[in-house]
Design a protein around this ligand. Structure first.
Ligand SMILES: Cc1cc2nc3c(=O)[nH]c(=O)nc-3n(C[C@H](O)[C@H](O)[C@H](O)COP(=O)(O)O)c2cc1C
Length: 149
């Protein structure tokens, strides 16, 4: 069992301007960099995006998460970053994803949207469970939205 394993969950507001195409390209870039850097830092997790907001789960050693999150927080592509949870955990639940992704045309995102994706109303646990459940379901269904790292 891994020691020093932490989980961080945060929400933020999208500030990427422009067309859907532009937003899509930026997110592809975020995912490419995240997958590379997270794999190097033994960080696993998932990102969800519903056009308005991001929700992200990061799992890894305390210092690795802190270093990564400091970079993420400074990123001008989002703002109003709110940490919902940062705590030690026993096991990784996103171990096969250096950064799984649920996009805004996916079911999970619709579920967020249906509930208004009122970020203030969603707990870290709820986001965590939703992301996990939908990544597994999308992976099983062979969705191209979910990329295995
Ligand atoms: C919503 C969002 C999530 C991100 N998630 C990660 C991540 O999990 N890991 C990571 O290394 N960078 C992530 N980034 C990108 C970082 O902010 C940063 O651009 C990248 O790590 C490169 O940093 P550098 O230019 O200082 O080297 C994310 C950015 C955004 C906007």
């Amino acid at each position: 069992m891994t020691q020093d394993l932490y989980r961080l969950i945060y929400l933020s507001r999208n500030t990427i301007p422009g067309s859907n195409e532009n937003i899509h390209q930026e997110i592809e870039q975020i995912l490419a960099v995240s997958r590379q850097r997270n794999a190097a830092s033994h960080i696993t997790g998932a990102l969800m995006f519903n056009r308005e907001c991001f929700a992200q789960v990061l799992e890894g050693a305390h210092d690795d998460i802190q270093e990564t999150f400091e970079r993420i927080q400074c990123d001008p592509r989002h703002a109003d970053v709110v940490v919902l949870d940062f705590k030690p955990v026993q096991t990784r639940r996103f171990s096969q994803w250096s950064m799984g992704y649920i996009g805004y045309d996916s079911l999970a995102s619709k579920e967020f949207t249906a509930s208004g994706f009122d970020v203030k109303q969603l707990s870290g646990e709820r986001i965590y469970d939703l992301l996990h459940a939908h990544l597994y379901a999308a992976e099983k269904a062979g969705s191209s939205l979910v990329k295995i790292a």
